[in-house]
Design a protein around this ligand. Structure first.
Ligand SMILES: Cc1cc2nc3c(=O)[nH]c(=O)nc-3n(C[C@H](O)[C@H](O)[C@H](O)COP(=O)(O)OP(=O)(O)OC[C@H]3O[C@@H](n4cnc5c(N)ncnc54)[C@H](O)[C@@H]3O)c2cc1C
Length: 387
């Protein structure tokens, strides 16, 4: 009687399936995006995560325009009530600053918990089944062990983050490269002062500020030092310090590993990897979420077509441009003299910065223009480095 009163919700709780077409380990942004994309093409999907929604994580919380567009393809629209658009990127060095607008569209800044709730809503509406507080601990020939129970699945997607257990269990833990930095994030109650995401360049670190609501900014810091926290970096960069002076920190500080990494293989047998489990791009690119959403679309099409190699190719292609861009940016992090000269050169040629951002944001028109302008800049930097 009581159960009847609870209606279909209760039935759903009682009738947990023990099989699906696709089992997704990890219900973060990548896992939920995969689940949505797979449901959209008709697969039955179960997602398990050892955490409880809405799941938070250290993140700069900026979605690049391509990521926003990909979310629309999943039927996920981020309302203005929980987000803030940003129009481009601004680099701020000790002596020089330069900014550029996205060639088309805009980025969206949204708290991770809000993004998680939106993805979850969409996935639930499409009929994805969830197992929260459920850790995936083993793979076997028929499926996975999740929360101590066997769930059978034709396909298993490891979307369990950069320290993926599925990757290890499937024997896919072989790296082409794997670099590490450390990221921390804090929110401050202060009216955003810019509609750009600002990247402040400090000594061996970057702080990037994203306006996440009309009264709040998210500050993410990145460095090679695991002990460097948001406050240390804010103190080191006077302009940012004065912006945040007296602003209340609104949530606890969170940390996570960032970096560039790529695997030799991202699938084996019935197991495929997605999101950070399949390789990462340094957070300085602001691209991890966008890549994860776009991978999800590629993965569902590949499974539908029964062609896993097309997913591997798409996964590699999606990571390539951000990896190149982050390698360039990380060389500015590593060599202060280079950073100073590049920021000065870009400040003197804002069109070039505009071209680089267009390239980073996926514009096809940008490359030849950037190559034409980058060559003299590279030569000039080379000459000044040896003189
Ligand atoms: C400091 C920092 C700033 C960043 N800023 C940006 C930014 O501004 N824009 C952007 O696009 N990207 C940014 N990124 C990158 C972005 O956060 C990641 O790319 C994104 O979180 C990847 O999502 P994911 O779902 O693959 O992994 P995660 O978000 O790590 O999710 C993995 C999920 O798997 C679950 N899980 C793990 N193991 C198991 C298990 N055994 N069983 C069940 N569940 C499991 C975890 O609980 C978690 O919920 C940033 C990253 C860092 C570190």
């Amino acid at each position: 009687m009581k159960l009847q009163a609870l209606g279909p919700e209760a039935n759903r709780v009682i009738r947990l399936s023990n099989s699906a077409d696709i089992f997704v380990a990890g219900g973060g942004p990548a896992g939920l995006a995969v689940a949505i994309a797979a449901r959209q093409v008709g697969f039955r999907v179960i997602v398990a995560d050892y955490q409880q929604p809405p799941i938070d994580k250290a993140c700069g919380e900026g979605l690049m325009p391509e990521g926003v567009e990909a979310l629309h393809q999943l039927g996920v629209y981020i309302p203005l009530a929980v987000s803030r658009p940003f129009q481009g990127i601004r680099f701020i060095g000790a002596e020089h600053r330069v900014d550029a607008r996205f060639p088309s569209g805009h980025g969206v800044a949204v708290r991770r918990t809000a993004l998680h709730s939106l993805l979850l809503d969409r996935a639930a509406k499409l009929g994805v089944e969830f197992r929260w507080r459920t850790r995936v601990t083993a793979l076997n020939a028929n499926g996975v062990l999740a929360g101590g129970k066997l769930i059978q699945a034709k396909w298993i997607v490891g979307a369990d983050g950069s320290a993926s257990m599925i990757r290890r269990l499937a024997g896919l833990d072989r790296w082409i490269f794997n670099s590490r930095r450390f990221g921390f994030r804090r929110h401050f109650r202060v009216a955003p002062w810019s509609d750009y995401t600002e990247v402040y360049w400090g000594k061996g670190c970057q702080a990037y500020v994203t306006p996440v609501s009309p009264q709040e900014v998210s500050v993410a810091v990145l460095s090679r030092d695991p002990w460097l926290r948001v406050n240390h970096i804010v103190e080191q960069i006077p302009e940012l310090g004065s912006r945040l002076q007296g602003a209340e920190a609104t949530a606890m500080e969170r940390g996570a590993i960032s970096g560039n990494s790529a695997l030799w293989r991202i699938y084996r047998g019935r197991v495929l990897l997605a999101g950070d489990a399949s390789g990462t791009v340094d957070a300085i690119t602001g691209d991890g979420l966008s890549i994860a959403v776009r991978q999800a679309l590629a993965l569902s099409s590949a499974l539908k077509a029964g062609d896993l190699s097309s997913y591997a190719a798409a996964n590699r292609r999606l990571a390539m441009r951000p990896l190149v861009m982050s390698s360039l940016l990380l060389s500015l992090d590593r060599y202060p003299w280079l950073r100073k000269r590049v920021l000065r050169a870009l400040a003197g040629d804002p069109e070039l910065f505009q071209g680089l951002l267009a390239l980073h944001a996926g514009s096809r028109a940008a490359p030849s223009y950037v190559c034409r302008r980058m060559l003299p800049l590279t030569l000039q930097l080379f000459k000044s480095s040896i003189s």
